[in-house]
Design a protein around this ligand. Structure first.
Ligand code: PLP
Length: 360
């Protein structure tokens, strides 16, 4: 098998998605399964659909198009505001998109009318995290604008927290979203199909709250894929945290000094490191680097310690049982490391444990 590779356990992703779907269904909340960290992998998407997600969400139209081409069933939502230059593709491939700009809404309307393909709009509201979203006082005007345009319909409203500024979803900002949903419905005399409360960072709030108000949907990526919540990156009870493993190959394995020799300036990536003399250690070089993964986001095998990484080399203190040249080492990944590994052309993917039927 080739290295480096990502080993992807589809049965574990299925289990995580199904568990969250069930737990949230008890609270009246549906799940939009978010595929963007896997580049819209049809294999992963099919497991999410088979596990009962109500829709799939991705921030890139390219990923949604890839899932469509692979025959992945079900509704798909573009999570990032459409680029004006992509509105035609958005209408053609996605059923719904998240929006916060009047100009985009008007162009979506034109594209949807021309293609005779109805398109749903989720208006995103800014509730403190300062990434995307209309200011709350502009929401009603935007909703009226959508209702007046041909070809597009008002699917719902949503918000996104804990991304740009780390703002925690809590009773106050979630109640604000609920109140906006209710006042919008009474002002416009329409019913919103979806009030989307946020992402994996909302799970603590959901499971720790009596009353979820109007929130009836969450868009979940990290919690399904990695089994952890993103506020403090704690594992979620009953979920697998090891659906993804990065496997890489040892290309050098030798006892060497622990302290660097010579006068010291910046490393290849602009850091200043001070090595400490701890005598001789067994060092191994693994054939992965920043071109494959974010070395700050991986966990080394037990007994070994990551000493540093450059573009193509990862250096480890091999500990008491050093692996030889040609041996494979396995690493766990966090979200940023997973995203990098998935987007690297050097890292192959090895899927196993598929439970969902192939679609094409
Ligand atoms: C990425 C993204 C999500 C999913 O976030 P996770 O923390 O992976 O659950 C949800 N909503 C939007 C708008 C996103 O961009």
């Amino acid at each position: 098998m080739s290295a480096p590779r990502l080993e992807i356990r589809l049965d574990r992703i299925h289990h995580n998605a199904a568990t969250l779907v069930t737990r949230l269904a008890r609270r009246g909340v549906s799940v939009t399964g978010v595929t963007k960290a896997t580049l819209g992998s049809p294999e992963v998407a099919r497991e999410m659909v088979a596990a009962g997600v109500a829709a799939l969400g991705d921030s890139r139209i390219e990923n949604i198009e890839a899932m469509r081409r692979a025959g992945v069933p079900g509704p798909m939502t573009l999570l990032r505001s459409p680029m004006l230059s992509q509105v035609d593709r958005v209408v053609a491939a996605a059923d719904v998109s998240c929006n916060s700009e009047f100009d985009v809404l008007s162009r979506l309307s034109a594209a949807a009318s021309e293609q005779r393909r109805p398109h749903g709009v989720v208006l995103m509201v800014e509730l403190g995290d300062l990434r995307e979203g209309l200011l709350p006082e502009d929401l009603e005007a935007a909703a009226r604008y959508v209702l007046a345009l041909p070809g597009i319909g008002l699917h719902g409203i949503g918000t996104n927290l804990a991304c740009q500024s780390g703002v925690v979803p809590d009773a106050r900002n979630m109640a604000e979203l609920s109140a906006l949903a209710s006042s919008l419905e009474s002002a416009l005399g329409t019913k919103l199909a979806v009030v989307s409360g946020g992402n994996s960072a909302n799970l603590d709030w959901v499971f720790g709250s009596e009353d979820l108000g109007r929130i009836d949907d969450l868009r979940l990526g990290e919690s399904i894929l990695l089994g952890c919540e993103p506020l403090r990156r704690r594992p979620i009870d009953g979920l697998h945290t090891d659906a993804f493993t990065l496997v890489a190959e040892v290309i050098e394995s030798k006892p060497k000094p622990s302290k660097a020799r010579g006068s010291i300036e910046q490393t290849a990536f602009g850091r200043q490191v001070a090595t400490v003399d701890r005598g001789e250690m067994h060092r191994v070089i693994v054939a992965i680097g920043r071109a494959d993964v974010d070395p700050d986001g991986i966990v080394a095998p037990a007994g070994t310690t990551i000493l540093g990484g450059s573009s193509d080399h990862l250096v480890l203190d091999a500990g008491p049982r050093p692996p030889g040249v040609g041996a494979e080492l396995s690493f766990q990944l966090d979200y940023r490391a997973l995203l990098r590994a998935m987007t690297s052309p050097y890292v192959t993917r090895e899927f196993s444990g598929a439970t969902a039927p192939a679609t094409r």
